[in-house]
Design a protein around this ligand. Structure first.
Ligand SMILES: C[S@@+](CC[C@H](N)C(=O)[O-])C[C@H]1O[C@@H](n2cnc3c(N)ncnc32)[C@H](O)[C@@H]1O
Length: 205
């Protein structure tokens, strides 16, 4: 086997190994990011933590519409360290379009903000993220934060407590911290559920 073939087969093997640990029905939404490099770093986190998909609200058309084309975008490839090749990314032209798509597919939205926003607020590690079967977790713009439209269409706003002089984390850090907690909980739940389902025929026998 040539070196290239060996490399491809080990990449394929790894992709098969991690398939079962990917968090099903979990989407990270990045709302109107100003800097394409931040999209890449969030995609990197999404891939590393096993989030199923990324939706990007991109009113300035910084991204191509098609995922295959995105995979060839140099800036995304570099900042995501090629994670874009392995994580499905969908682009929307507006927050409203993204909300309509999520609602049509029965996803529940949760937004993130360093500030108290909307009617229901919670602290990251006090929330049970397995409560919703289909979940979209939103991250806001680098300077403006999350939009009023996204807040109005979400059931909860979560924050990571801040103890310093600065107001907020950056997008990469926030998505890493928030998605770590969300995927940890949902993966544990998925594993338990899978085991229980596997046991049923054995117990019944
Ligand atoms: C740089 S922050 C935006 C700061 C902006 N001035 C604001 O009011 O939200 C970019 C995004 O990161 C997330 N974020 C940053 N710090 C956070 C925190 N402490 N808790 C929850 N989300 C946070 C939010 O999604 C926010 O929209």
């Amino acid at each position: 086997m040539t070196e290239e073939k060996k490399r491809k087969s080990s990449v394929r093997k790894r992709a098969d190994e991690i398939k079962g640990d990917r968090c099903k029905n979990l989407i990270a939404v990045i709302e109107d990011p100003s800097d394409i490099r931040n999209i890449g770093t969030v995609i990197r986190n999404v891939n590393a933590l096993g989030v199923e998909k990324v939706y990007v609200i991109d009113p300035r058309s910084a991204l191509p519409d098609d995922w295959q084309e995105m995979r060839r975008t140099k800036a995304l490839n570099q900042t995501s360290v090629s994670a874009i090749k392995w994580s499905f990314v969908k682009r929307f032209g507006s927050t409203e379009d993204c909300i309509a798509h999520l609602e049509k597919n029965r996803f529940v939205s949760i937004v993130t903000s360093p500030h108290v926003k909307g009617r229901n607020n919670g602290v990251l590690d006090e929330i049970d993220f397995t409560e919703w079967y289909k979940l979209a977790v939103w991250f806001g713009n680098e300077s403006r934060g999350i939009s009023d439209t996204a807040i109005a269409n979400s059931i909860l706003c979560i924050s990571i407590p801040m103890f310093g002089m600065i107001e907020s984390f950056n997008l990469a850090t926030t998505s890493g911290i928030v998605l770590y907690e969300v995927t940890k909980q949902r993966r544990e739940y998925q594993r338990k559920y899978r085991k229980r389902n596997k046991r049923v025929p054995v117990d019944d026998a």
